[in-house]
Design a protein around this ligand. Structure first.
Ligand code: CP
Ligand code: NVA
Length: 336
């Protein structure tokens, strides 16, 4: 896995199939060691900068805990904490941070910012979510699918994604399926299909379909994946524009029945609007007459939350694997 040393991770297609397999193997190894309280530190004295121009729970916690448990230090820069792009150019910031840190995580709404950061940083830059891609999430999703499909090869898995497929998760899923070869059915109104350029690159491989037809897309799925219908960085009036088109793509009991697979499992990258216990969930539910969750009903979320929370936990193990792979020459370390 020498090839990942010092590499940026901006999108899933920065990895090849072999590298993704190695990251998954390393994640499983790290997870096992952590669970057995036998973690070995590979990142002693490394320093990482965590820039979050958007809010986060899982990604921030996963990077910080991965750093702590591996012996590295992290600095957190929340929204408005840095001069980045306001009083100091992205280029200057990239060069200055590279003098002090061994790696830079960036989350923000404008994918162009991370492109510039990675072009001018001399240390690895990791994408912790932009409007276009969410690669670290997708590695955790893959690990979760593998853990819950022990009797299947990756190429035999059918994953259906329901909802807004034009967002960072939809685009990244296309790349992941294109590279790893599982069947991906993206079920959404045509207006919310993934980026056409990304689709064009991978759709030839014949394992990716986009459809508006729920029955066609869901039938025999092993995993049904959904995400919020309005992503970070979109304005509130996006709800009004999107909700009527997306309403019928809610993950609910009826959808599970259509799958006709008693072993079907649900994935959600979280956060989820599955009840009214959030300000947005309550407001949107009341405004648009949703009685039980928005993109997923509470009934289904509760029933399948063991896998969904394992998916969230897997952010830690997979981010740890990405940090180790890009910050160390892991071949020399002979980890496993
Ligand atoms: N899934 C995910 O990226 O969660 P956060 O927004 O909490 O980081
Ligand atoms: N598509 C969502 C993902 C959240 C992890 C968003 O960008 O808000």
């Amino acid at each position: 896995m020498k090839s990942l040393f010092k590499k940026h991770i901006i999108k899933i297609s920065n990895f090849n199939k072999h590298e993704i397999q190695k990251i998954i193997e390393l994640s499983l190894y790290l997870k096992k060691n952590r669970n057995n309280q036998q973690e070995i530190q590979y990142l002693k004295n490394k320093k990482i900068a965590l820039i979050f121009e958007q809010e986060s729970t899982r990604t921030r916690c996963a990077f910080e805990i991965a750093a702590i448990e591996q012996g590295a230090y992290s600095s957190y820069f929340g929204p408005g904490n840095m001069h980045l792009g306001y009083k100091e150019s992205i280029i200057d910031t990239a060069k200055i941070l590279s003098k002090m840190y061994d790696g830079i995580q960036y989350r923000g709404n404008d994918h162009n910012v991370i492109k510039i950061l990675s072009k001018y940083a001399s240390v690895p830059v990791w994408n912790g979510l932009t409007n276009k891609y969410h690669p670290t999430q997708l590695i955790a999703d893959l690990l979760t699918m593998i853990e819950f499909s022990r009797n299947k090869n990756i190429s035999e898995i059918i994953c259906s994604y329901l909802g807004d497929a034009s967002n960072n998760i939809g685009n990244s899923l296309v790349e992941l399926a294109g590279i790893m070869g599982f069947q991906l059915n993206l079920i959404a109104p045509k207006k919310y299909w993934p980026d056409q350029k990304i689709l064009n690159k991978y759709i030839k491989s014949n394992n990716i379909i986009c459809t508006e037809n729920i029955n066609q897309g869901i039938y025999q799925s092993d995993f049904i994946y959904t995400d919020v219908w309005v992503s970070m960085g979109e304005t509130e009036d996006a709800w009004k524009k999107k909700i009527e088109l997306l309403r019928k793509y809610q993950v609910n009991k009826k959808i599970i029945q259509i799958a006709q697979n008693p072993k079907v499992k649900i994935l959600h990258c979280l956060p989820a609007l599955h009840d009214k216990n959030t300000k947005i969930g309550k407001k949107i539910s009341n405004l648009y007459q949703f009685n039980d969750g928005i993109e997923i009903t509470n009934e289904i979320f509760d029933k399948y939350n063991r896998i969904i929370f394992q998916q969230a936990e897997n952010r830690l193990h997979t981010i740890k694997a990405i940090l180790i792979s890009t910050l160390t020459n892991i071949e020399k370390l002979k980890i496993y």
